[in-house]
Design a protein around this ligand. Structure first.
Ligand code: P6P
Length: 328
């Protein structure tokens, strides 16, 4: 398909060749994200900066834009007849849609929302599963492993509004043209270099990390004089979508590991609508994604909002970190 093709045309053609592709749902998500982009761009002008004065199921303060984005996705996608139901970081329970639908949509409507007030890139992350049961929709329908995803992607609201998705046939990137309000194809079959000199982690948590993560980061910091014999660069945007987008564009490794601050929590990030969709993209681009010891896409889904430790990106770096976690 040639550069500049619209996302709608691209996905419609894909869906016409393979009915297993959730084509109309992907188009509904993209259209919802166009509306979210308009809200994000308005910011303070639309009086939507700041806290909504409520908390979500995660116990986090909801930003006004978190709720606005969530509602836009519910409304825009709820009309899609192929959609059986939705689950969101911002909602404790599932949201039934159409009883004849055969797809499930899970999303973090606005990831990185602590960056909203300071005009730093944020994003929408989505994951699409097939409804396996024939009966009434229940939360159990959503509890599927990452390998069962039929599609995943994100939209990053940054200097450009860019959509990246996969249906298991490579990773493809589209940027929103504000003239036509269409996502236009800019790159197909994105791949990540297996090696990198750039890591992303919140260094302020160093004293809380487990030994394997501390060893890996110490070796990166030791540079050419250390075991890795090369210097590394560090980035941390505190917006997973922006960090993952950078890795898809130029390689790197992203870590949000378990740490001692709350030992009962396996990690900060959520499996179903953050780690799984991003892992699908990263693996499709030739990278790797683990929770330390194990491949994230094979982890059993036990709870809708379960958390997980995440190490993802350039394969050789992720493999090394995994080796350290496996004690070798
Ligand atoms: P910290 C955003 O809140 C988020 O869920 C991810 O997008 C991001 O990578 C992480 O949390 C940032 O966490 O603890 O560095 O603020």
């Amino acid at each position: 398909m040639s550069q500049g093709t619209t996302f709608t045309k691209y996905i419609t053609e894909l869906g016409s060749k393979n009915p297993q592709i959730p084509a109309s749902l992907l188009i509904s998500v993209a259209n919802a994200c166009k509306l979210i982009a308009k809200q994000v761009e308005q910011g303070a002008l639309a009086g939507i900066i700041g806290s909504a004065g409520s908390g979500n199921v995660q116990g986090e303060t909801q930003q006004k834009l978190d709720i606005i984005s969530n509602d836009i996705l519910l409304e825009a996608c709820g009309l899609d007849q192929t959609l059986a139901g939705m689950a969101s970081e911002e909602m404790e329970n599932i949201f039934p849609a159409n009883k004849n639908g055969n797809f499930l949509l899970l999303f973090d409507p606005l990831d990185g929302s602590s960056n909203i007030d300071v005009n730093v890139s944020i994003g929408t992350i989505f994951s699409i599963l097939k409804k396996q049961s024939t009966g009434e929709l229940t939360e159990k329908d959503f509890l599927q492993a990452g390998c069962d995803q039929v599609a995943s992607g994100y939209v990053v609201y940054g200097p450009q509004t860019t959509l990246v998705y996969t249906t298991g046939q490579g990773v493809h990137m589209f940027t929103l043209d504000h003239e036509t309000n269409e996502f236009l194809l800019i790159k197909e079959n994105i791949t990540i270099s297996p090696d990198t000199k750039e890591f992303a982690i919140n260094m302020s948590n160093m004293r809380h990390w487990d030994q394997p993560v501390k060893r890996y980061v110490d070796e990166c910091l030791a540079g050419t004089e250390g075991a890795r014999k090369k210097d590394f660069n560090m980035r941390w945007i505190a917006s997973m979508v922006a960090d993952v987008h950078r890795i898809l564009c130029r390689g790197g490794v992203f870590m949000y590991p378990w740490d001692k601050r709350d030992p009962s929590k396996p990690g900060k990030l959520r499996l179903m609508y953050e780690a799984n969709p991003m892992s699908f993209l990263i693996e499709q681009a030739g990278g790797a994604s683990v929770n330390g010891k194990d491949r994230i896409m094979t982890l059993p889904a036990e709870k809708l909002h379960q958390r997980v430790s995440v190490v993802l990106g350039s394969k050789n770096e992720v493999d090394l970190i995994q080796k350290y976690h496996q004690g070798s």
